[in-house]
Write a protein that binds this ligand. Structure first.
Ligand code: ADP
Ligand code: MG
Ligand code: MG
Length: 992
């Protein structure tokens, strides 16, 4: 440590540090140094490095002698430059002591100004400056700040004394206080300190200095600093630096002042000098709100010289840092000083506007522009928000999980039915529940927001709300629903009372707060197109491009997502369609049915309705791929629960409620998420999937006849073994064949599976033989890999995070090591069988930026997320491409250089070629399967198929040879053949 430099000087046009040294000088110190080197007027000073902060903690809040000496040597140097001594009774040097970590942490510690002033030096200062009012004002400010920040005396105690004095004098403005008033106030302040701490206010300059330095280092571990770092996910910082800087005085008189300014408007991004200042004021007066600051534009008239100089500096700084600057300045008797500059924090709108404008101005390139905007920025733009001035004035009642972004305000209702009833009456409602379930959909749709007391980020409420773009706060422990009242943060509310939720922050407010509408500007579109270009241009081995799809269940969702730039649908959950009233009654009847015939009867009635939904979705997507997942949830989720509903259904079915009751009883499962669901339903009741496939095929035919291009992909959920697909795939193919033949059309349809059970991930090489694509269902995969029920994690996950057992909620951001490890395995294994196997992710994670980065790295072709997250994913995907240059993907021999080159040509065709491939695979499969069918003795597949198969085989064969020639990769072809040949034999003994 001794040999290491700990103190860095800046002043008089030269600094020992620079802007690149943020990690040791902190952001503030590094930029003070940089500005000094640029010749911008900055009061001289020195920065004590962040390393010293670490030493301070290691040494039980003390410093080794050499550090103490180094700091005091820094002070000597400063005194020499300033030609004054700290606290000198006749002409004191005064300094500020300022904190500053590598990443700015607003409010970590209050700055101490005017340090060095004492009972003696205040008089010297008064005489020397000829301005006693200023001297006493500086002293009282110093006691107030030092007393609060270093000695722990409540700020309000000083404020009260100040108020009382002003009142007794009958004045409003601090600036109207005279020197003698302030002198009295100083006396009073000192007594306040004595009374509250038992200590005299320190008079020795060095005591004052070390007290302040200790306080800055001490603030690093203060509760608010720790909380802030946690909330903002700031890690791996060494500590804070301390800046000791000679004072300049904005409170010297009417020719002095202080201000804050931005090189562009931080809320709109408009390239317009923006800021505020106060004359005759110091430091925090501008933000403290006691006097109303003036807009920076008025300075142009009041002091054109300073204004011009300031504009010159802001232009220089922006050019130099190539980003919007947030600056602090002070004017002392007509002389301008810069006290800080940093890249300005900005609202979402401003982030995009600045990025787009700066590219146009050739200040930055597109890549930099893309990296400048955060996914959160974009997220902000797509949802209504609470008007920021209203939010500032309001206090949150409680805070839950920020489950679905945006703000909503409405009157409290406690169940879905009431939500619908109130909505029909034209009321705005906010649904407040312990949790929600699929039957609440109707009420959720009409609600302005959803608030639940239990459930995590992927609870039903959260998932559905995000899908609908409805704000949602979930798992809010401070919410206690009791019948028709609710306690929120200890306060009781009744049905009909107004509340407002902020799903972006998780906060819940009393009353009706004003909201501001989202806007998607031309700039946002321009910006997102750049992102699309970056993703489209990416190459990872054999994979070209990185697409963003959406999860959409209804034509409306699809349309919205398409408008947001979705390149396809990655997950269309068919069960959501059944909750539609018209379908639900038939679906329930189907579930209750005793025989296959009865079931088929009911399914027949659902078919045209579901066909209509598919038609709408295909149409909305204009030929982009649409992955439709066949029925997934356990059947009992659809059965009626209330007596009223049971009575209604019994009447409809013409059976007794008792019989219905007992029938429902048989459907109950003690662990339905691991129960009779997904493809298991189709293994037992093939007619359900048959109906769905038929509806898909018919909808596709309808579209094609209307010249609407279609690209359906059928996805089979909860597969655990290849044998399930071996059994189910031919069923689907048979129906597709039948419908298409009858209609006289040929429509390519691929059939793939979800990888969402650990076993499936492990056995994916086998599963791949029967699948045209994989889609990672990471909600279930996370649930089953962790054995965490996603609806029940609220009771322990917070503790897990708090105690660092987990870093993040694994349902929010993919667990890269565990769940991600399984994904990597599945990708590698799957592509070892089919090198071009298309793979994507459709779990809730698909809209999470960190997960998107992971998906890019491991070689997925696309991510799919809810419609409102699509723009965010378009950006996050582009950032992933930029962050991972030259990424080669895992598995499938895809990293091989030669095939990769050939690939570039081949993959150009992907979009068109996809369809072709689909035809091939649709035909190819029966071939493989047929053999299976024979073995299993299933006679269904008749002679017809054999004939077909031969044709198919020929075609496939021809294709393969072609492909082989192109890529020159013999292995691939050979491998495929072997696999195909080997399989039937192996099947007998090998468990798939
Ligand atoms: P924060 O990190 O909270 O912005 P700063 O360290 O920037 O705190 O200090 C806040 C304000 O105090 C500055 O904007 C400036 O107005 C004032 N200030 C800090 N140091 C000095 C100084 N040496 N001379 C004059 N004013 C100062
Ligand atoms: Mg500052
Ligand atoms: Mg699933």
């Amino acid at each position: 440590m001794a040999s290491k430099k700990n103190v860095y000087f800046f002043g008089k046009g030269k600094a020992e540090g620079d802007a690149k040294m943020k990690s040791i000088l902190g952001g503030k110190g590094a930029n003070l140094a940089e500005m000094t080197n640029l010749g911008i007027p900055v009061p001289p000073g020195f920065t004590i490095s962040t390393d010293v902060c670490a030493v301070y903690y290691e040494n039980k809040n003390k410093y080794p002698k050499e550090i103490k000496d180094e700091v005091e040597a820094g002070l000597k140097r400063l005194e020499a430059v300033m030609k004054k001594k700290l606290g000198d009774p006749s002409d004191p040097l005064l300094v500020s002591v300022r904190s500053g970590a590598a990443i700015s942490m607003p409010g970590m510690m209050d700055t101490i100004l005017n340090l060095g002033i004492s009972d003696k030096s205040v008089k010297g200062l008064a005489t020397k400056t000829g301005n006693p009012r200023f001297a006493w004002d500086a002293y009282r400010r110093f006691i107030q700040m030092y007393g609060d920040v270093v000695m722990g005396v409540e700020h309000s105690k000083f404020e009260d004394a100040l108020h009382a004095l002003k009142k007794s004098k009958n004045i409003e403005m601090d600036t109207d206080l005279k020197a003698s008033d302030l002198e009295k106030l100083v006396e009073e302040y000192k007594q306040i300190v004595k009374k509250n701490t038992g200590k005299d206010f320190p008079q020795a300059p060095l005591d004052q200095l070390w007290g302040a330095i200790n306080a800055v280092f001490g603030s690093w571990m203060s509760e608010r600093a720790i909380t802030y770092r946690k909330l903002e996910d700031i890690r791996n910082l060494k500590g804070t630096a301390v800046n000791v800087q000679s004072m300049v005085f904005g409170n010297f008189g009417d020719d002095s002042g202080t201000g804050v300014c931005f090189s562009r408007d931080p809320s709109t991004g408009i390239n317009e000098f923006y800021g505020e200042y106060l004359m005759n004021a110091q430091g925090e007066d501008v933000v403290a709100g006691i006097r109303t600051p003036e807009r920076i534009s008025t300075l142009a008239k009041k002091n054109p010289t300073i204004y011009k100089q300031l504009v010159g500096i802001k232009n220089r700084l922006e050019k130099h840092f190539k980003d919007m600057q947030d600056m602090e300045f002070t004017v002392q008797q007509g002389e301008l000083f810069l006290l800080q500059t940093r890249n300005g924090k900005r609202a979402g709108t401003a982030a995009v506007k600045c990025a787009v404008d700066m590219v146009a101005e050739k200040l930055i390139d597109k890549t930099t522009a893309i990296m400048r905007v955060s996914p959160n920025h974009l997220d902000q733009l797509l949802h209504p928000m609470i008007d920021s001035s209203a939010q500032k004035g309001a206090k949150a009642l409680t805070k839950g999980l920020n489950a679905s972004p945006g703000a909503g305000t409405g009157r409290i209702v406690f169940n879905a039915k009431d939500a619908e009833l109130w909505h029909e009456r034209g009321e705005k409602v906010l649904l407040v529940r312990k949790d929600t379930s699929p039957e609440d959909i109707g009420g959720m749709v009409v609600s302005q927001g959803i608030l639940t007391s239990t459930g995590g980020m992927t609870s039903h409420a959260a998932v559905v709300a995000r899908g609908m773009g409805t704000p949602c706060v979930a798992g809010a422990k401070g919410v206690l629903v009791q019948g028709n009242t609710v306690e929120i943060g200890g306060k009781r509310f009744n049905e009909g009372d107004w509340i407002t939720i902020d799903g972006t922050s998780g906060e819940v407010y009393e009353g009706k707060l004003p909201l501001v509408a989202p806007s998607i500007s031309k700039d946002v579109n321009t910006f997102l197109k750049w992102c699309d270009d970056v993703r489209a241009g990416s190459v990872r081995g054999r994979i070209k491009g990185f697409a963003v799809r959406t999860n959409a269940d209804q034509p409306d969702d699809a349309k919205r997502a398409f408008a947001f730039g979705a390149q396809g649908i990655g997950l269309c959950r068919t069960e959501h369609m059944f909750f539609d009233k018209e379908k639900l009654i038939h679906f329930r009847a189907m579930i209750i049915a005793d025989t296959e015939d009865e079931r088929k009867e009911q399914l027949k009635k659902i078919l045209p309705l579901q066909q209509k939904d598919f038609y709408g979705i295909f149409k909305a997507m204009e030929g982009r791929p649409v992955t439709i997942r066949l029925l997934d949830p356990p059947l009992h989720e659809f059965v009626p629960h209330t007596e009223e509903e049971i009575g209604e259904l019994a009447g409809h079915l013409n059976i007794s409620p008792e019989k219905l009751h007992s029938k429902i009883g048989t459907l109950l499962e003690s662990n339905p998420m691991l129960g009779h669901r997904g493809c298991r339903l189709a293994v037992t009741y093939p007619e359900i999937y048959d109906m769905q496939v038929e509806a898909i095929a018919l909808a596709a035919v309808e579209c094609v006849k209307e010249k609407i291009p279609v690209h359906p992909e059928i996805m089979i959920p909860i597969v655990v073994t290849a044998r399930e697909l071996r059994l189910l795939r031919p069923n689907a193919e048979k129906i597709l064949e039948k419908v298409f033949t009858a209609a006289g059309v040929k429509i390519p349809v691929t059939i793939g599976t979800m990888i969402e059970v650990p076993r499936a991930a492990i056995r994916s090489a086998h599963i791949a033989k029967y699948a045209d694509f994989f889609s990672f269902g990471t909600n279930d995969l996370t649930q089953m890999t962790f054995a965490f029920s996603r609806d029940d994690i609220a009771s322990f996950l917070p503790t897990y995070l708090e105690k660092n057992v987990l870093d993040v909620d694994p349902f929010k951001t993919i667990d890269q090591d565990g769940v991600g490890g399984l994904m990597e395995l599945a990708i590698k294994e799957g592509r070892s069988v089919k090198p071009d196997l298309k793979m994507g992710i459709c779990g809730e994670h698909g809209g999470d930026p960190a997960t998107i980065d992971f998906c890019y790295r491991v070689g997925l072709s696309y991510v799919s997320c809810s419609p409102f997250r699509v723009p965010l994913a378009r950006l996050a995907g582009a950032q992933a491409v930029i962050n991972n240059p030259g990424k080669n993907i895992t598995g499938g021999g895809s990293g091989k250089t030669k095939p990769a080159t050939a690939k570039v040509k081949g993959s150009k065709k992907t979009v068109k070629g996809d369809k072709k491939m689909a035809v091939t695979s649709a035909k190819k499969k029966p071939a493989a399967k047929k053999k299976t069918a024979k073995k299993t003795g299933a006679k269904k597949t008749g002679a017809k198929k054999t004939a077909k198969k031969k044709t198919a085989a020929k075609k496939t064969g021809a294709k393969k040879t072609g492909a082989k020639k192109k890529t020159g990769a013999k292995k691939t072809g050979a491998k495929k053949k072997t696999a195909a040949k080997k399989k039937p034999a192996a099947k007998k003994s090998v468990v798939l």
